[in-house]
Each structure stands twice: as C-alpha cells, then as structure tokens.
Design a protein around this ligand. Sequence first.
Ligand code: AMP
Length: 569
Amino acid sequence: MGKAIGIDLGTTYSVAAIVENRRVHIIQNAEGDRLTPSVYAENADGRIMVGAIARNQASVNPNRTVSSVKRLMGSNARIPVNGRSLSPQEISAHILRKIKVDARRQLGEDISQAVITVPAYFSDAQRRATQEAGKMAGFEIMRIISEPTAAALAYGMNRSDIQHILVWDLGGGTFDVSILEVGDGLFHVRAVNGNTRLGGDDWDARLISHLKQQILHIHDLDIESNACAFQQVKEACERVKRELSVQNESHIFLPLTSGPHHDAIEIEMTISRDVFENLTQDLLNMLIPPTRQALEDAALTPADMDRVILVGGATRMPAVRYLVETLFQQSPDTHLNPDEVVAMGAAIQAGVLNGSVRDVILIDVTPLSLGIETQGGLFTRLISRNTTIPVSAERIFTNAEDNQTVMDFNVLQGEREMAGDNISLGSFELTDIPMLPRGKAHVEVMFEIDVNGILQVSAQELHTGESAGIKIDAVHLLSGDQIDQAVAEAAVHAETDIQRRREIETSIQTNRLIQAAETLLFGTVHRLSKASRREIHMAISAAKTALVSGQFEAMIQTAQGLTIVLNRL
Ligand code: AMP
C-alpha cells in the first residue's frame, strides 16, 4: 500500500500532511517550512521558481510572477509569462509538483496518491480544474473535498449522531462561512456564504494607515512616498497584528531612512490590543451578515450549532474568538493550528481512502505555551499552546544592558504573563557575547519540538555565531489535570497578570526613553540651546521620579512628556 497525502491548495499558502502511525504530520517542504507560498515565477531565461523563492523575488520581477492563481481556477483565463500563456491549472500543477517532490524528499518514497481540498463554494468546473492540476503534477487524485469538511474531519467530527457544525475561515484575503451537517461519517454542506474581499490583510491595512498618520504627525514624513520605508512599515504592522493575538501590547521600533539626504529617523511606538480592536471594529462586524445569511439559508439558528470551528490564520485574533462566543454562546474549537487544520483533514481522508486509517487518529499539540523569561521577569511566548507538533519558532532578542557578555535563558512552560508563575523546564547560558551597547547585540533564539515532543532550545549571537542550547524531554510530562489547572489559573489571574505585564513593559520603555534622552543630552550638548537642555533635564527627572515611585499612570504621563520634548528638538 503506497502512501497518500492530503493537500490544502490555498490562495496564498499550500500545506501538505500525512497520517503515519495513527498520527497526522505536516510535511515540511525543502526549505524546512510547513507552509509553501502558492507563488510561481520564471526568470528571464525561463527558469522556474515555486514557493518562497518565487514569492521573495516578486517585487523585483512582477511581470513573471504569478500569485493567487486559485482565484482563476475553472476560468478560461490565460496567464502570460515570458511570452507564453499558461492556464491556471498549469500554474497550480507547478505548485503541486513542488509539494510532491518535497514530500518524496521528506518521506523517503514517491507519493502518488492525494486528496486535495477546495472551498465549499467551488463549482464543478473549479473542482475539475483542481483535479486536472493534480493529474498534471503526477498525482492520482483520490478525491476533491471541501475545506470545511476537511477541517471537521481533523477535529474528529465523523461521529454517528447528527451534528451541525459552523466553520469560519478567515484567511489573508477572504472570509468563508460554511454550515455542515455531520452524521454517520457523512458530511453534508448545508449552506455557504462569505465575503471574497475581507481578510487579515484588511486588519493590517488599518494598522498601516494608523501608523502613517502618526509618522506624518510626529516626523512630518509621508511614508507612502518612500517605497522601501513603506514596505518596512507594512511588514511591521503584520507582525504587530500577530503579536497582539497573544500579547496586550506590541512595540514597533523601526530605524528608517528618508528624504533626499537619507536622514535617519527612528519610529518607536507601542500599540495596545484595545487600540487595534478599536481601529478594526467595523471589519469584525463584517463577519456577522454572511454568517446570518448562511444560517438563514440552512434554516438553522445559532443555538442549533453544536460546534464552531475556526480555520485561517486571521481567526487567531482574540476579537474573532470573542465574537463567536457572543454570537453562539459557546467557545470556538481552536485547539488545532488554523493554518494547518484543512491539510490535516485532507490527510485523514486520504488515509481512510487508501485503508491506512481504520481507527482514531491522534493529533499531538503542545499542551501549554512555551517561551523564555525576558527583561523584568516577563514570560515571552515563542510557541503558543495547542500548536500541532512538530513545530519550530524563532525570535531575535537583544542585550538589555550595555556590554552584557552573558545572557541567561530560562525556558518556561505555562500561560501566565510573569515568568515566575510558570514552570521552568531548564536554563542555559550564552557566553562570549561581544561588548556592545544595549540593544545592539542580536541573539536568535530557536525553539524546535520534534515529532516525539522533544524540545530543543538554542540561542545564537548573530555577529559571532557563538551558540548554546538545551534539550528538554519533559514537554509532555504534565498530566491532563496539571494542564487544566495551569490554564484555569491563567484565566483567574488574567486581569492582574496583564496589568502587571503592562506596568513592567511601561517601566522598561520609560527607562529606555530616559537613557535615550540622556545620550542625546550629553552627546549633543553643544548643539542644544540652554532652554532645550533645561526642558530635557526636567522631563528626565520627572520620568525618573515616576519610575522610582513605580506609579503606572505617572510613568505613562512622564514618558509621553519626554517623547514630546524629544520630538520637538
Ligand atoms: P491564511 O490565508 O489562512 O494563511 O491566513 C493568513 C492571514 O492570517 C494573514 O492575514 C495573516 O497575517 C493572518 N495571521 C496569521 N497568524 C496570525 C496571528 N497569530 N494573529 C492574527 N493574524 C494572523
């Protein structure tokens, strides 16, 4: 019996998965990533590029780069590339071929059979085109299934009693609602609706325009007039959006160059989840009408929904989850990675069809969040709770002190905001960090959990390549009760924990501002007028007094005062 895989052929990303030893695994691509950008490109000589390599060169080779081809599937469109004209199927076949080649490399044998998913609203022509693309790529297509059905399969919803399941799929550019009726292993799509012009990218756009206004106000710079700076702001906004899914605040620090003399400006800003949610409230509300329409079409009410499942990266935003609670009076099912759940379901279907899946499938997830202790005793997450394994994540940290040659890493597991309230799994030291001013050493911390749940944490200083690490076997050793207790405790303490985190982050920020102001004061003393110096002095000492008093509001006020004084210079 050959192996069969499941493929989520997505608009922006594609994902492949397989069932082996009763477990579903995401198949990593040749670049070591779990998601493959659905992008095709050719260079001037006709050399073909697919995936991240194609996406990364898109801005410099736009005429020979094709993305989002899924939107054209089933149409008669021809896409001109390098003087030839390609069909959407041909482009999709290239993406599927890469998946096939990468799967062979990863699994050590040729994979000929596959189940591919399509949106529930895809017509016959669109499904046929998808099947054709699969055949062109050399697959035997066992079945084309709907994405919401695949998600429901991954959540183990092929039970015998009848259930109604609502699936919200909010990706980068589209929103789909599906209502399924499931029972006796049969999946019936009762209604579909959505908005093809609403996705996570719109949330980014709101942050971008917020930043644009702030930068115009503070630095008198129109960020859109500088393509490179604008790109940096765009990327920063997407990162902020992601961080605000797990934290209450996100910091932006962007050194930009602008103007004819390439003047350096530094953008430093903190955006809170509250501000983000206010900026995007109307986008969130746009999820409601298609949902109501789908319920009406299925002749069902919110109370009839037995489960709500979330698919698509943008459903990680807490506001989306709260909205589910408000509309359906129940928490959504979110314990699987929303980017991967469709491919996982497709893999399960592939396994059922080729006979390798006969009983319950186990899906391993990280039971609690994993991260490290950072400045001020805070817990900084690298891998969130309920992420499917294997998984890896990395993040760059800088030195908190001038000339800090040693960094300690305390590896933690838990849901609380303060490191001390979580469980320490072990610690290690990175030594021989070059003597550099605060914030200038760059240390990449990498967390990797393999299929057996073994966690490897490493840290590498990027200037010297010096590295250190630790291997931890204990990620799974907590009992179910201990995990439940950790989650429940985090919920009980959420408000005070978040307040504490805010206070610490504010004091770190205030401290940074004081140091920056002092550097400016002493470094440019000859350029500043006496009045300016006095003003900075007073603002610094007000901020220092607030810092010593530990009063949160005073810290915020004096830090703002200091920022205003510095911006006026
Ligand atoms: P998809 O099309 O399903 O890959 O979804 C991609 C969208 O999800 C993009 O807009 C991402 O920025 C967004 N996204 C991914 N991860 C997160 C996250 N942690 N929080 C908020 N949005 C996210």
